[in-house]
Design a protein around this ligand. Sequence first.
Ligand code: DGL
Length: 259
Amino acid sequence: MTIAVFDSGMGGLTVLHALQDRLPSRDYVYLGDTARLPYGTKSTDTVHQYARRAAAFLMPFSPSALVIACNTASAAALDLLKEEFSALPVFGVIGPGARAAASGDGHILILATESTVASGAYPEAIRAIHPGASVTQIPCPLFVALAEAGWTDGPETEAVIRRTLLEGGISLPFSGTVLLGCTHFPVLRAAIQNVCGPDAVLVDSAQSLADDVCGRLAEDRGSGKIRFFVTDNPDRFFSIAPRFIGREIASEDTELCRI
Ligand code: DGL
């Protein structure tokens, strides 16, 4: 009863971490498509292709569910993958993230990759719940690099966040709901909170997705084992992974694959 999870790289480990907290005895197989990272600057057609290949790679593990642990791939390819892999439940981050954001108060600010913003998927999903919701979305292309470099706090990181928000037309301090619409962004949570101020309520799409999966899949008596696959540079993956999953990953658990 394996749960298959994929992301463009290591950001999806924040989703895996949240899933493991809730369903610790499940077995997992995780694919980080590090050869094609970032997805967040690519066109929809390209992300479709990548997402299809990633999902196809995971099918021989006979998963009981497929989790798209990437906002960009969820925004572009959830419907496509649901159609192509209709034999199993396919979960994406947009619906759960939108529900969490829509349940908050005040203006909703979505921080995401360029592709997720361009897709309009979050505003559409939020307005399907709250037609009158006041929503702004901002592309944050530098945040992924900050998260991967481990620059998760400090004045330089906060300066980048502040400038991104100000250039996006947000007045600071911000009062309302801030949706972390990219799986890399939870590691920047404290810095984003500092910049936005205490009246901003941060919502994490990774946590919301894990709640959703947990609500639909029962716990299992598996061994809690995780197999990690990456499409490039496993050494870089397991050196950076602890920032996203909160623990070390053994190098022998990480395998290079070609998809
Ligand atoms: N994992 C991607 C997301 O959640 C961010 C990294 C990328 O651009 O590939 O949108």
